[in-house]
Design a protein around this ligand. Structure first.
Ligand code: UDP
Ligand code: UDP
Length: 461
């Protein structure tokens, strides 16, 4: 089909890490299916091998989407307050943003809009406003955590956040939404000089300049936080929000075969995965192994032993202790490789999900009505876990703390696994969420209508 210059053209600009890449690939695929021309900006190099594999897999099934390779300048580690390669990459992308401007002006037809990640929105936003291209900021976390981030500059300026001490059990008030318990706020937020805090706060200061905020959540799942933004309660100068979750998975050529899972009875398997990068301490991994074993349930356990997959060469046998594999070979499977999580969550044998509450995993669990045992570890994950618990998708044990804060013993984990797998009320409410997630994408569903509102706005630009 020849659309000439009349076809709207959207560029999709992610940041780094799988948790940020996945929703952008999904958006690219969804926008292209609305008969838009789509250019995907691929950050080079990527931090993890999983990211570059996913990008190549995506383009093999989406030849109609253009790819624009963007070469990111090296990170500045001289004054960094963290060694996290993903955080450093967010900063490096922002510092390189001026180089992207010229590349964007050479695209044809000229861009009608850009969808960019919040964590690089500041640098990208400045360039886009010089070029008169509307910028829609994409939020890859919950609407509730978005509220906290949007309010963070205010908490820093008013010194509210620095006044908390580390053992304080108070709450942080955010207009329009339920207060956030102090122990759920990411620890770096209490330090205004931490790189993560600076990256979030500086990007959030530029939120008012965006044309709209795209959220991967849906009305039924987060009515309070979405409503607060729709009514301008959190901050009056924020752009309108567009909740279009759960974002739909895209097609890949390679279908993963799961012969072991195929042989298990319905809803009998606990699926354990803590996302693409959250590495637990070695002791905690061992305790989780004890917990799975003594729960008596079947399990499929994806272990990541290092934050960046390229550095993951730990031997599992040594890590899990003598005899673990021999004792569990009839009930469990442990893998280090990348799995297709959506397929596992969709599989009839899977009955529960132990997860860190990275937001993509939460939305995937919601889509499949999969009960979650929420075990947040870092960053936004505790606030996301509160959302999971409130929505009725999962159980949360708030005493388990942040990663490395406390060693949660196997027996305690086994008890929670039993609760996860036998709680009928939870199963029913998770099923209801799946039904509502499906309805959100029906012809007249909330996410369908919202996506149409965005595409209409872009066409009328
Ligand atoms: N994922 C996957 N296979 C893996 C690990 C992760 O498909 O082995 C996917 C998962 O389905 C999700 C994304 O990677 O889409 C991870 O994002 P999330 O927000 O859940 O967590 P993060 O990795 O950012 O902590
Ligand atoms: N981290 C991780 N996975 C995540 C988020 C963070 O491995 O999904 C790491 C992060 O790199 C850092 C540590 O966990 O080294 C603690 O992260 P946090 O955000 O609490 O900040 P920090 O401890 O660096 O002040």
């Amino acid at each position: 089909m020849d659309h000439g210059d009349s076809q709207p053209h959207v560029a999709i600009c992610p940041s780094s890490g799988m948790g940020h890449l996945m929703p952008f690939l999904r958006l690219a695929s969804m926008v292209a299916s609305c008969d838009y021309k789509v250019t995907f900006i691929a950050m080079r190099p990527t931090v993890s091998a999983a990211e570059s594999n996913q990008i190549s897999g995506f383009f093999s099934t989406h030849p109609h989407i253009d790819s624009l390779d963007f070469h990111v300048l090296p990170s500045d580690t001289s004054t960094a307050t963290t060694d996290d390669p993903f955080y450093l990459h967010f900063q490096a992308i922002s510092r390189s943003a001026h180089l992207l401007g010229h590349q964007l002006t050479t695209l044809s037809p000229p861009l009608s809009a850009v969808f960019s990640d919040l964590l690089v929105a500041n640098g990208i936003g400045k360039i886009l406003s010089d070029l008169w291209i509307p910028n829609y900021i994409v939020i890859t976390t919950s609407a509730r955590f978005y509220s906290l981030m949007a309010y963070l500059p205010h908490l820093i300026t008013s010194e509210t956040i620095t006044n908390f001490s580390s053992d304080d059990d108070g709450e942080v008030e955010i207009p329009g939404i339920a207060p956030v318990p102090r122990h759920c706020i990411p620890p770096p937020f209490f330090n205004p000089n931490h790189l993560f805090t600076q990256v979030v706060a500086s990007n959030c200061r530029s939120l008012p300049e965006a044309k709209g905020i795209i959220l991967n959540t849906f009305d039924f799942f987060e009515p309070e936080a979405i409503g607060a933004h729709q009514n301008g309660l959190v901050l009056s100068d924020l752009p309108p929000v567009f909740p279009i979750g759960p974002l739909r998975p895209f097609e890949l050529n390679k279908v993963q075969h799961l012969p072991w899972l195929d042989d298990q009875p319905a809803q009998s398997v606990v699926y354990v995965c803590f996302g693409s990068r959250t590495a637990m301490t070695r002791d905690q991994i061992k305790e989780l192994g004890h917990g799975l074993e003594s729960s008596g349930y079947r399990f499929l356990w994806v272990i990541k032993t290092s934050k960046v997959d390229r550095e993951d060469n730990e031997e599992l046998r040594g890590l899990l202790g003598d005899g673990f594999f021999e004792r569990t070979c009839n009930v469990g499977v442990v893998v280090k490789e990348w799995v297709n999580q959506e397929e596992i969550l969709a599989h009839p044998a899977t009955g529960g999900f132990i997860n860190h509450c990275g937001w993509n995993s939460v939305m995937e669990a919601a889509r499949h009505g999969m009960p979650v045992l929420a075990w947040p570890q870092h960053g936004d994950q505790k606030v996301n876990a509160l959302v999971v618990e409130k929505a009725g998708l999962g159980l949360l044990e708030s005493q388990w703390g942040w990663a490395g804060e406390r060693l949660v013993k196997g027996q305690e984990i086994a008890e929670k696994i039993k609760e996860l797998m036998t709680n009928n009320e939870l199963k029913n409410s998770a099923r209801k969420i799946k039904e509502e997630a499906r309805k959100a994408w029906e012809k007249d569903g909330s996410s369908t209508r919202t996506l149409m509102r965005i595409t209409d706005m872009i066409k009328k630009k």
